[in-house]
Design a binder for this molecule. Structure first.
Ligand code: ATP
Ligand code: LTN
Length: 329
């Protein structure tokens, strides 16, 4: 049997953070040898909210550098920028026409994000159809994502199924793959909110390219509760402590019991925060260093992205041709 194919995507705006790393990127890196990997930097998704053009151009390079620094190997993974492969936007239109409006209006991300804006661009609503195009153009078996994206991958399956029943068997149904640990890293300033690129305010997220001192400061200020118990508990008031323990568990790869044993001698939450910050600093320092080196040679990054786009286009163009043929073009 051939290798399973994997496709996933990441937005290039804002700073990549610890949630992106533990919930998604780390698993993409781990899958590189056993699976055929496609990773897409989704710059077309980024413009659902206004982006400064020059900043957007730079952000694709920064994201590529960070992904490579995290261990994505452009030889083993087809790493590419979405807007470099024209088939994505074209397939998005074709799939939009088979997607019922009600399916899009039900998406929780749309409801959350549109509620926060005065004028809502239509792109925010159709965003998951572009994501479905990203996925279905490559016939992946698996889509490894954080918990927040599960609903979008399920919608992709629904769109694929609807297309297949209208036009004949065209798409494989992809499976969302959600990690068992750290599938939803929470904000350090508010453990009821998912750590997110678009959240503003210091103390919320830990950026993958932040300095050690800043990382330590963010952990030290993280919100916990007024108790002292270091436990994995689903009680709402323990969400902050649980989040810290989950981060530690994901980075060290230890079991829950071993994690608790590590903290058995901790003197309160101060110790907990310091030790979690230590393992995070240790994991992120080499990533920061490598990404800074890579950014010193933007021409080489551009070359790598061109190679990725070329490889991706071959798959995407062939699939797009089939979709168009099925639809009567
Ligand atoms: P935003 O929240 O601003 O929409 P984001 O932080 O979710 O952006 P994306 O580029 O949309 O970033 O996500 C890239 C990948 O990281 C996705 O697979 C997503 O599920 C995962 N991810 C994002 N935030 C978290 C988190 N807090 N915990 C675990 N995984 C996450
Ligand atoms: N919507 C996703 C990013 C994304 C994606 C994809 C993920 C765009 N296209 C294809 C998996 C597969 C997000 O906001 N994290």
């Amino acid at each position: 049997m051939g290798k399973k194919r994997v496709l996933s995507g990441i937005q290039p705006t804002g700073s990549l953070h610890l949630g992106n790393y533990l919930g998604a990127i780390k698993h993409w890196v781990e899958g590189q040898d056993d699976k055929e990997n496609f990773i897409c930097i989704v710059d077309l998704h980024a413009i659902t909210v206004y982006q400064d053009p020059e900043a957007l151009r730079q952000s694709a390079r920064r994201t590529a550098a960070l992904l490579i620094a995290c261990g994505i190997d452009p030889q083993r993974t087809t790493l590419f920028v979405q807007s470099h492969v024209r088939a994505h936007a074209e397939a998005c239109w074709l799939l939009t026409c088979v997607t019922p409006l009600g399916w899009l209006e039900r998406m929780t991300q749309f409801k959350d994000k549109s509620g926060k804006q005065e004028t809502v661009g239509a792109g925010l609503l159709t965003y998951p159809v572009l994501q479905a195009a990203d996925i279905l153009l490559y016939d992946p078996d698996e889509v490894p994502v954080g918990e927040d994206q599960k609903q979008h991958v399920e919608l992709t399956r629904d769109i694929a199924q609807r297309f297949n029943s209208l036009y004949g068997e065209t798409f494989k149904l992809p499976e969302p793959v959600i990690p068992k640990v750290a599938a939803r890293v929470m904000g350090l300033d508010d453990p009821t909110q998912k750590m997110s690129k678009s959240a503003t305010g210091s103390g919320h997220a830990v950026g993958l390219d932040e300095d050690d001192a800043q990382i330590v400061k963010t952990f030290k200020r993280s919100v916990t509760d007024s108790g002292r118990e270091i436990v994995f508990s689903d009680k709402p008031e323990k969400a902050g402590v649980k989040n810290l323990l989950e981060i530690y568990r994901a980075i060290t790869g230890k079991s829950q019991a071993d994690v608790l044993a590590d903290f058995a001698d901790a003197r309160g939450y101060g110790d907990l925060k310091t030790r979690v910050a230590e393992v995070v600093v240790e994991a992120l320092a080499p990533i920061r260093g490598r990404s800074r080196e890579l950014l010193e040679d933007p021409a080489e990054l551009d070359r790598l992205m061109a190679v990725g786009a070329d490889r991706a286009s071959k798959h995407a163009e062939a699939k797009l041709a089939l979709i168009k043929e099925r639809m009567g073009f």
